[in-house]
Write a protein that binds this ligand. Structure first.
Ligand code: TMO
Length: 322
């Protein structure tokens, strides 16, 4: 009798644990019909990546919403949104805010976005003949005037990031003692248009920019070096500039991370595992952005085509996540 009870207990326990195991594996997808909210930022690379992820999540069965925001308010927007995730976050620009949100348990890092980034001041390669000493930053001491525009003459112009990105190139210019004026761009598209018209006529242009962007390769942009002829990063640090912004003074690779609300893991386990696994590359992103910008196609449609054509890339991530 005693043994039978014990045996029965074992059997019951075995059935119970088997069934919990079974339900854990067979949890239907979507685990919740609440939309997952993906943050869309105001540059096209981030945007196409977001649309690709949205499309794959939809094909998995999830409802997805896109939340349009900009970089600095994004952290607040993510905290206020239900079920948010964000697929390409440049750590160096917003490191202190991201760190505070992750420490407070409001956001969690989901690993690398996949794209490999650089950031800094750029010029088209043909400028090296017009300004000897480039790519060294100190060369700008001798040739800043050739970058002058009617608004900045006799000083040269540095075409800065758009105002919404809280650019700080002027602080750098001051710390470096250069005869330049930083003027904010009207947006990614207007900078690309200016770059195109300048390179067509081989005219001087100096800009705060980043990679991956298809324009950086298409217009053969070169990045100013800060570490020669006196370390410009050291000057910036001395001037109290947050040197992780605008340039990568930290050295090594810029961290570009995926972020999400920590509760996604319990609410949508399969989506969470997929989002962790997903990685975009510079080449895929660049091709999609070029189509969006030069053929006036919708990012959503271009992303959906990428998803159609690249099942071999994303299907294994989805299968492993289920
Ligand atoms: C716009 N950026 C990718 C440099 O953060």
């Amino acid at each position: 009798m005693k043994y039978t009870k014990l045996a029965l207990g074992f059997v019951l326990a075995a059935i119970l644990s088997a069934s919990t195991l079974f339900t854990a594996q067979a949890q239907p997808i979507p685990e919740s019909s609440d939309p997952i909210v993906l943050a869309k930022l105001d540059w096209n690379g981030q945007f196409v990546t977001t649309e690709v992820v949205a499309e794959i999540l939809r094909r998995m069965g999830y409802n997805v919403e896109i939340l349009q925001t900009t970089q600095v308010p994004m952290i607040q927007a993510l905290k206020e949104a239900r079920n948010p995730a964000s697929m390409e976050n440049w750590y160096q620009a917003l490191a202190s805010q991201y760190d505070a949100a992750t420490k407070a348990g409001e956001l969690v890092k989901l690993g690398p976005a996949g794209v490999v980034g650089s950031e800094g001041w750029y010029y088209p390669a043909y400028m090296e003949a017009k300004c000897p000493g480039l790519p060294n930053w100190a060369a700008l001491k001798g040739c800043s005037d050739i970058f002058a525009t009617p608004e900045t003459a006799p000083k040269g112009r540095l075409l800065d990031y758009p105002a919404e990105w809280h650019p700080d190139a002027q602080n750098w210019i001051d710390a470096m003692g250069l005869n330049l004026v930083a003027l904010p761009s009207g947006g990614e598209g207007s900078t690309a248009a200016e770059l195109k018209s300048a390179t067509l006529r081989k005219q001087p242009i100096l800009l705060q920019w980043w990679e991956p962007t298809w324009v950086a390769s298409e217009f053969d942009l070169k990045r100013i070096r800060l570490d020669s002829n006196g370390d410009a990063c050291a000057k910036a640090k001395k001037a109290g500039i947050e040197t992780r912004k605008s340039f990568n003074c930290v050295g090594g690779i810029i961290e570009i991370a995926k972020l999400a609300w920590p509760g996604l893991e319990k609410k949508y386990p399969a989506a969470y595992r997929f989002l962790k696994a997903f990685e975009m590359t510079n080449a895929w992103q660049g091709k999609m952005v070029k189509v969006v910008e030069t053929e006036s196609r919708k990012a959503k449609d271009v992303a959906s085509e990428w998803v159609d054509q690249n099942e071999a890339v994303w299907k294994p991530w989805v299968d492993a996540a289920k």
